[in-house]
Design a protein around this ligand. Structure first.
Ligand code: PLP
Length: 398
């Protein structure tokens, strides 16, 4: 064999997001970009905050430019890790040190090296559907098995009974993502407490840890003063995968970290196993310049008021037109129920005949819906409303 066929299968498989997006590019050529309404991609549509530009300019004037552009430790710079640990401690009452923090190239890298560092053959990782489709790739890439627990239909909270049924003696971890992609739901404190009490009960019954992995690229992207509970405050065996892609609009710079709870048994050994997995994957540290940006900007936030405006316009208008969805409290996604059972057919019709690019949620493990990414211009949203109305009329929902 000339190459690894298993890897080829992952590389060759297209995603619904990319397919819908490529229809969009063709439509834009034919009808003009302004007549195509692209809700398919979750790429931040806002610039980073001014503080990030100021920090970059100031770092570029530091006397030691060799260090600014050189390698850092594979774990990340010690002062940056200490700064991030202090931030977590002051916000969430933890007692972490630099040793609990491992810098990564975003949350994708964090998840993939974490799963690989934790998994032994036969392990099961539970995801809550709908879930970010890359979880499947990272879990399978770590040689483990993905097990799906469906979210609660009416509000997309974690369904504790479904999760209970999904846990077996092989369960290594449960992965959560709140604010959620694709639903926009934020798990309430009550829901997180119920989750943690189930995990504690199962740990005691099975006699081994079940890790709670919290994927948090959208932690800071919440509206209306909604609180996002910090899992580490409720559960000792918690590991957080954080990303600055959305909070600082730095998705292209690849910046994030893993925070290991220090209340977890053997946490430093687990961190070392993750470092081993990172070495195996050739993840040799994060860009030094952007690590330094974190020393002054880690807790800053891009001006997400535009996302909130977008959400409010969509929610108000789509509900008035008769579409069904769960009101999103965070992230920049809205998951709308397809008026027909086959959401892929609905999405293709919406794209080809109404120039609305919506992503069917089958790849997210939750068929029957389409996802709208509203990290787009408010102007595009307003221009797209007549198309949404025509689509609703065509399906008899308004
Ligand atoms: N996890 C979820 C739920 C996401 O939606 C995304 C990106 O859209 C990621 C992880 C990856 O983020 P990063 O840019 O930090 O790799």
């Amino acid at each position: 064999m000339m190459f690894n066929e298993e890897m080829y299968a992952y590389g060759a498989k297209g995603s619904a997001i990319r397919e819908i997006n490529s229809i969009g590019s063709k439509l834009a050529e034919e009808f003009g970009k302004e007549n195509v309404y692209n809700y398919s991609i979750g790429n931040p549509s806002l610039p980073p905050p001014q503080s990030v530009y100021d920090a970059i300019l100031s770092i570029l004037k530091e006397p030691d430019q060799v260090a600014v552009h050189g390698y850092s430790s594979n774990w990340g710079m010690k002062d940056v890790r200490a700064h991030l640990a202090e931030g977590i401690n002051s916000k969430f009452g933890q007692t972490l040190t630099y040793e609990n923090i491992f810098l990564t190239c975003g949350s994708c890298a964090a998840l993939s090296v974490l799963f690989k560092g934790l998994a032994v053959p036969g392990d099961e990782f539970i995801v809550i559907a709908p879930f970010f489709p890359e979880y499947t790739v990272f879990i399978e890439g770590a040689g483990a098995k993905q097990v799906i627990a469906m979210a609660h239909e009416g509000d997309f909270m974690i369904d504790i009974d479904n999760l209970r049924n999904a846990i077996t003696e092989k369960t290594k971890a449960v992965i959560i993502d709140s604010p959620n992609n694709p639903t926009g739901a934020v798990y309430t404190e009550e829901n997180i407490k119920a989750l943690c009490s189930l995990l504690r009960e199962k740990e005691a019954e099975l006699g081994h840890p079940i890790y709670l992995i919290s994927d948090e690229p959208y932690r800071a992207v919440v509206y209306d003063d909604i609180e996002v509970p910090y899992p580490m405050s409720y559960y000792d065996d918690s590991i957080i995968c954080y990303s600055f892609s959305k909070s600082l609009s730095l998705a292209g710079e690849r910046l994030g970290y893993i925070a290991f709870s220090n209340k977890m048994e053997n946490w430093l050994d687990i961190a070392k196993a993750v470092y081993g997995a990172a070495r195996i994957n050739g993840h040799a540290g994060t860009p030094t310049l952007f690590q330094k940006v974190l020393l002054t900007c880690a807790d800053d936030l891009t001006d997400i008021s535009v996302y909130k405006t977008n959400r409010d316009i969509l929610v108000e208008n789509l509900s008035e037109m008769g579409y069904s969805f769960v009101y999103p409290d965070g992230a920049f996604y809205l998951m709308v129920k397809s008026p027909i059972a086959d959401a892929t057919e609905f999405a293709y019709d919406a794209a080809n005949n109404y120039h609305l690019l919506l992503v069917p949620t089958d790849d997210f493990g939750y068929p029957g819906y389409v996802r709208l990414s509203y990290c787009v211009s408010t102007d595009m949203i307003k221009r797209s409303l007549p198309a949404f109305r025509k689509l609703a009329e065509a399906y008899g929902i308004c």
